[in-house]
Write a protein that binds this ligand. Structure first.
Ligand code: ATP
Ligand code: MG
Ligand code: MG
Ligand code: MG
Length: 479
């Protein structure tokens, strides 16, 4: 079986041989992009090249990019653990052409890589092509269609609409059609009952999208019209964990060697087996997923805190702690013990975790300990509410759980859902607003125990440093 390290390396080698410069992943936290809280795609770090603000130093680039999809336009958090192919943090393999090659090479190479290097079965692959939109004066992508016809029979090519097959950076700016590759990993007997094409883009866990090829060829103008771009670009993104699932012949990303070491560690420590019970399986997957997001984000300079990106990380962590507590019996801090495992597993590709392993583990351990101090009482409170037979958890209670017991809103909503209840979110927001008004003049230190030096838009995160006290100093280098 091809292991995940080899799969990643083969991707990079393949594109290097085709003249691409291999570059490192950008950090998960983009300090110089106010429009994006976290890096959520491979192209994020190259945005300025597409916008024409900067000239790309290389015309062809490839990499594996750490991505986080837990906020904004892409938020996959609710899927994680319940489905088997969406993660909070994942690796996006990508190749780019900045004004160099275009559709012909991009499609040819994606086909060559998948079928000749990785030897994925051709009859299991599907491609989607932009169908056009007459109302909006957008042409069908007949070029991509003709190219795919060289490799795939007609019934393996599907047309997609603006939503799925046309990419735009924003209201205005570079844009263009995209072409996705999907793979059908079901048993032959299942395929005989229903062709894969009926399941493409249908949330089927074994018929999944693996690769997206975006062809930037237009500029969306302020009046809504499309103008051809003088320089046309290619931007592709392939889900590494999904690719591993396909190549390794697994049913789930979590069954690949990307996640199995973590899952087996969690299983052993909890005294439960993976694959025996749906509820504990989901919990193990959530932990295996969330710890990656937390560990790599902390390593990239974002500490858990009470607002913005820091609170996103705190929410993910608390969600994981509660899954571990309720379903796997982890009553003491546990997540931090997974850090050394991850640090070793990814030391070759993302050495930043290994380099700061002890610090990252310590941050996570303290966060876990802090939440575990209030979790049990909060859960008991919720339990009483569930038992009382109400349908809706009052905003006042949701707020108390948030304010006194550290339950993020989405965590209370999740537990409510598990018990067939809903929460009064409007009531919660009202309580929240009232509290903000009360404390408007009171000085708050948002970073809590952490002392942040020099953090502003003009600085770049360079690493953590220790002080003798409980507090840490985060170093930023002015840029
Ligand atoms: P999906 O439709 O499955 O949510 P997407 O269309 O949102 O995927 P893209 O933005 O096209 O995804 O990203 C490129 C590739 O990254 C996808 O083809 C997929 O393989 C992978 N990918 C996207 N989101 C995730 C995720 N949350 N976890 C793991 N891989 C992902
Ligand atoms: Mg998506
Ligand atoms: Mg999609
Ligand atoms: Mg896509």
């Amino acid at each position: 079986m091809l292991d995940s390290k080899t799969i990643r390396q083969q991707f990079l080698d393949f594109f290097q041989e085709k003249g691409h410069q291999i570059v490192p992943s950008a950090p998960l936290v983009l300090k110089n992009d106010p429009t994006l809280m976290f890096t959520n795609s491979g192209m994020a770090q190259f945005k300025d090249y597409f916008l024409g603000n900067k000239v790309a130093p290389f015309k062809r680039v490839a990499d594996t990019q750490k991505c986080l999809r837990v906020s904004g336009k892409h938020n996959d958090l609710e899927e994680v653990g319940h489905d088997t192919y969406h993660h909070t943090m994942f690796e996006m393999l990508g190749n780019w052409s900045f004004g160099d090659y275009f559709k012909k090479e991009a499609i040819e190479w994606s086909w060559e890589l998948l079928t000749e290097v990785y030897k994925l079965p051709k009859d299991r692959l599907y491609a989607t092509v932009f169908e056009g939109d007459a109302k909006d004066n957008m042409p069908q992508d007949s070029e991509a269609l003709a190219l795919w016809k060289q490799y795939l029979p007609d019934d393996h090519i599907l047309f997609g609409n603006k939503k799925d097959n046309f990419w735009e950076m924003g209201e205005t700016g570079p844009c263009g059609p995209c072409s996705e590759i999907h793979i059908d990993l079901r048993d032959a007997s299942e395929i005989a009952k229903m062709p894969g094409r009926d399941l493409v883009n249908n949330d089927h866990p074994q018929v999944v999208e693996i690769w997206n090829n975006v062809f930037m060829q237009f500029q969306r103008m302020a009046d809504g019209s499309l103008q051809p771009l003088p320089d046309r670009h290619v931007d592709t993104g392939m889900g590494f964990e999904r690719l591993c699932m396909a190549i390794q012949g697994k049913q789930s990303n979590y069954d690949t060697d990307v996640f199995q070491p973590t899952i087996q560690f969690i299983a052993a420590k909890s005294g439960k087996k993976y694959g025996e019970n749906r509820q504990t399986d989901v919990a193990m997957r959530v932990l295996a997923d969330h710890i990656r997001a937390i560990a790599f984000t902390v390593a990239d300079g974002q500490l858990p805190s009470n607002n913005k990106a820091g609170y996103v990380i705190r929410r993910i962590l608390r969600r994981a702690v509660r899954y571990g507590y309720t379903f796997l019996g982890f009553k003491e801090p546990f997540l931090h013990t997974l850090v050394p495992l991850l640090a070793d597993q990814f030391s070759g590709v993302f050495p930043e975790l290994k380099a700061q392993q002890d610090f990252v583990a310590k941050v996570i351990q303290e966060e876990e300990a802090a939440f575990l101090r209030t979790l049990e009482v909060g859960l008991r409170k919720l339990d009483e509410i569930v038992k009382s037979g109400v349908q809706t958890i009052e905003g006042k209670v949701v707020f108390e759980l948030y304010d006194t017991f550290g339950f993020p809103l989405d965590l209370t909503a999740l537990i409510a859902r598990e018990n067939g209840l809903v929460i009064d979110e409007v009531g919660f927001q009202a309580e929240m607003a009232a509290q903000k008004a009360r404390s408007r003049n009171a000085a708050t230190t948002e970073a809590g125990d952490w002392v942040i030096l020099l953090e502003d838009e003009e600085s770049e995160f360079v690493g953590y440093d220790y002080m003798q006290t409980n507090a840490r100093v985060i170093k930023y280098r002015a840029v």
